[in-house]
Write a protein of this length. Sequence first.
Length: 140
Amino acid sequence: MATRAEKIFVNLPVKDLNRTMDFFSKVGFEFNPHFTDEKAACMVISDHIFAMLLVEEFFQTFTKKEICDATKSTEVLVALSAESKEQVDEIVNKALAAGATPSKDPVDHGFMYEWGFQDIDGHLWELIYMDESAVSQEQQ
């Protein structure tokens, strides 16, 4: 049975919360101060999507599993939609200027454009623009 979630909170472990918040601020994200303290920061992606950036020691209290080193292993790929190809480039370029590394080259499929980066903690972020009007009904 599928449930309809009202909001999504992606939880990511980070090494240095202040440095990570500074990085994502430079990319253009804001933080909800009501859910931000010295152990965690609530990064606002949209009205209903958030990334909880948790200091590794605090993150560890939520799981019995070992935290993976995101610079060596991929634990998640966070894909975000963009309003245009230009917005994809703008966000990725801001991330690169703030210290990210490219995770892959930009790819233009015609109806879809994507480009991504690895943040300063090694997490993979991908920005995608899709022209839904260019996708035929058969492909949807």
